[in-house]
Every structure is written in structure tokens, then in C-alpha cells.
Design a protein around this ligand. Structure first.
Ligand SMILES: [Zn+2]
Length: 218
């Protein structure tokens, strides 16, 4: 059932238009964010290498795109039933207890990761490329840095972030702008894959890039 109606094929031309629009929206929106809350939250993430790789993929119509298709599930040792059994506290989870995402150096708790892989496949079918992730699981130390570098109220206190339990991602390539087609698509589709944009992130603080695994669903 999952992902069934995401399989609809779209014409390449409009998709390309959307990709370009996303690109522009991305670069425009990134400029102010770098000096503000979003940029600060992203700092320390792996946005640099990811963005470079994504741009390179776009630059040449790659015949190997098919072979690089988003994997539909995490490695076999990612076991959702053991997702919370490790006993580590917020921000103290070793990455070996988490599941790697297809995006380099990004990790989530197993249950969130399984759902993320499905959402990522549907997103790729829609936009022709995988989700751009600039932050996922975040260590206590990294959250502390972030908290100290941002205005009050703009970052969760260390020990309280959903990133610290591996069930949140910060997205890029357009999603950081809530007028973007990518944000709109996620708003319409993420819940089918048990992901959501929390109510607070619409305004206080405004974090369109922040998405969470919906632990209330199964
Ligand atoms: Zn976030």
C-alpha cells in the first residue's frame, strides 16, 4: 500500500522546471539563513559535501542515475523493534546503535530510518533525486554548540532535541522555504510514511526544514 500513488510518472520537462525552481528557491533562501537561525542550526552538519554532490549530479545527465536509485530500506541489521532498547540518553547514542541513511554520514533511530527510506523513495520518484539532508541525529555536544550560538528559543536545549533521539531531520534544496514545491509535496505526502512537520515549526521558531518521525503511528 505504502507509496502506491507516488509511483505516478511525471513528464520530464515539468520535473526539470520544478528542480530548477527548487534550486533557485534553495540558493535564495540559503543566503539569509546562513546568518540566521537556520544557518546556525545547519552548521556542523554535512551540508557542504552533500550539496556539492547533488549539484554535480544535476550538472551532467547521468546515465548511471538508475543504478544509484534510492534504496528502499536500511541495512538488515537495522531492527525497528530494538530501536529504543539501547538505553542511551538524548544525544549520547553511538552511531552503531543507529541506522545509516542513504545520505552520507546521516543517521536515525531504526524505526524512523525505516520510514525515512520509504519517504525518500517516494520523494525521488517525484523530484528525480533523493532528499537533501543537512542534519539528522545530533550529539549532545553538537546540540550544545548550536544552543549556545543561537538566539534564545531558536534551538532546543541540549538533552531535549528530537535530533538527539534520532527521529528528526533538517532538509535542504528548497525544503527550507515553505513556498517551495518540495515543502508542499512533503506537507501532502510525508504523513503516509509516518513523517510530519510539527505545528511549532510553522512559527515558533519558523523551521520549515525540520521534519520529524511520527512516533504515534505504526
Ligand atoms: Zn531540526
Amino acid at each position: 500500500m505504502i507509496g502506491r500513488h507516488a509511483k505516478k510518472k511525471t513528464n520530464p520537462a515539468p520535473v526539470m522546471g520544478v528542480v530548477l525552481a527548487g534550486l533557485f528557491a534553495g540558493s535564495l533562501a540559503l543566503a539569509p539563513l546562513d546568518g540566521g537561525s537556520g544557518g546556525s542550526e545547519a552548521s556542523g552538519g554535512s551540508s557542504g559535501p552533500d550539496r556539492t554532490k547533488v549539484s554535480a549530479d544535476r550538472a551532467e545527465p547521468s546515465p548511471s542515475r538508475k543504478a544509484e536509485k534510492a534504496p528502499s530500506k536500511p541495512p538488515d541489521d537495522c531492527e525497528p523493534s530494538e530501536a529504543t532498547d539501547h538505553g542511551y540518553s538524548n544525544g549520547r547514542i553511538p552511531t552503531k546503535e543507529l541506522c545509516p541513511l542513504p545520505q552520507d554520514d546521516e543517521f536515525l533511530r531504526a524505526d524512523a530510518a525505516v520510514a525515512f527510506y520509504k519517504l525518500n523513495v517516494a520523494y525521488e520518484e517525484r523530484f528525480g533525486e533523493q532528499m537533501c539532508v543537512r542534519s539528522s541525529y545530533r550529539s549532545y555536544e553538537k546540540q550544545e554548540e548550536l544552543y549556545e550560538s543561537m538566539p534564545s528559543g531558536m534551538a532546543a536545549a541540549p538533552g531535549n532535541s528530537k535530533h538527539g533521539i534520532g527521529i528528526a531531520v533538517d532538509l535542504c534544496d528548497g525544503v527550507q522555504d515553505d513556498d517551495s514545491p518540495r515543502f508542499a509535496w512533503l506537507e501532502d505526502n510525508a504523513e503516509k510514511y509516518d513523517w510530519l512537520h510539527p505545528d511549532w515549526a510553522y512559527s515558533s521558531p519558523y523551521e520549515p526544514w525540520h521534519w520529524e518521525f511520527d512516533v504515534g503511528q505504526d
